[in-house]
Design a protein around this ligand. Structure first.
Ligand code: ATP
Length: 302
């Protein structure tokens, strides 16, 4: 559905995209995750035709790369910062954006009723956009992105800054759209959202570091994790224990990345006993997407 080969884009001294090759298949809910400044927005804007790459090729919905204009109706795009007209109602906003795509008012209104029902906004169609909550504004932006009935929906951090319940609702809508056959490419800073994707690509410094299903990425995490609860709240308490690759402190527990569980357990026990601190709980933990993300952001999972 979307195929990119060797996409590169440089802004001055910054290599925003560095030989990015990705294949997003029809029916995917494809997640793009990576730290701030990794290149997510540049990738998405390049796929949408808003940025011209320095090199590389994009095939979109089967259209040849030299005729990207043919695909613009096939693609719905929800940018990171979208503009809605606060003094227009929900329906008026939809009509405005629909007419920008050259659709007739009659067509827009017929489609809008259907899409507003899917996005749960039908009861609010007469409300001014300024009077919508943050989560509802996101849903209205999504509605406008769907007005051309696209085959591909591309969303750049659509739930950023939205409360957890609205995020949950938004993802339910994405899934129902996906079930109607829409292929979805979504960037997200949230690892729980990455878990909801059928496939995930990790991008860092403009390069794709890994692509797989969430389960595949967790499996490829090349280390072991120990969860530790001790009678201390000092984030640096484990400093000096040999063989610990990473220690994260979560206020009530420590997550420790190691290669060898038995050795790490005894080294930690020895260290804490020497400090007179008792261990309340220690066990091996399964890696989460967050652990995979941290490992990849720091340079790899092996
Ligand atoms: N128009 C531009 N001019 C100069 N530098 C840019 C431009 N757009 C992006 N960059 C730089 O390219 C790099 C990638 O930016 P990009 O916005 O794609 O990252 P991102 O992963 O989307 O991060 P964020 O989530 O923080 O937006 C960053 O270093 C950014 O400062």
């Amino acid at each position: 559905m979307i195929k990119c080969v060797g996409l590169s884009k440089r802004f001055g001294y910054v290599q925003a995209l560095d030989e990015v090759s990705l294949h997003i298949a029809k029916g995917d809910v494809f997640g793009l995750v990576g730290p701030d400044g990794a290149g997510k927005t540049t990738f998405i804007r390049t796929v949408c035709g808003l940025i011209t790459p320095d090199k590389g090729t994009i095939w979109l919905a089967g259209a040849p790369p030299d005729r990207p204009g043919k695909t613009s109706q096939n693609l719905g795009y929800m940018p990171q910062r979208f503009s809605l007209y606060g003094d227009l109602t929900v329906m008026e906003n939809v009509i405005f954006f629909g007419s920008m795509y050259g659709l007739s008012k009659k067509t827009i209104i017929a489609r809008a009723e259907e899409i507003l029902a899917i996005t749960g906004m039908l009861d609010f169609k007469k409300r001014l956009a300024d009077q919508l909550s943050g989560g509802m504004k996101q849903k209205l932006a999504l509605t406008t992105a769907l007005i051309t009935r696209p085959e591909i929906l591309i969303l750049d951090e659509p739930t950023y800054g939205v409360d957890p319940e609205s995020r949950h609702e938004f993802w339910k809508i994405l899934y129902s759209l996906n079930q109607t056959g829409i292929t979805i490419l979504v960037s997200t800073p949230y690892m729980d959202e990455a878990e909801l994707c059928s496939r995930v690509a990790f991008i860092n410094a403009g390069q794709i570091k890994a692509v797989d299903s969430p389960a595949g990425l967790r499996q490829a995490f090349g280390h072991k994790l120990l969860e530790l609860r001790i009678d201390s709240r000092d984030p640096h308490i484990l400093n000096g224990v040999p063989g610990l690759l990473d220690v994260s402190f979560y206020g009530y527990k420590y997550l420790v990345v190691v290669d060898d569980i038995p050795t790490a357990r005894s080294d930690i026990a020895f260290h804490l006993a020497r400090l007179g601190i008792s261990t309340l709980h220690i066990s091996e933990a399964a890696p989460t997407m967050e652990d995979v993300f941290v490992a990849l952001a720091e340079g790899g999972t092996d």
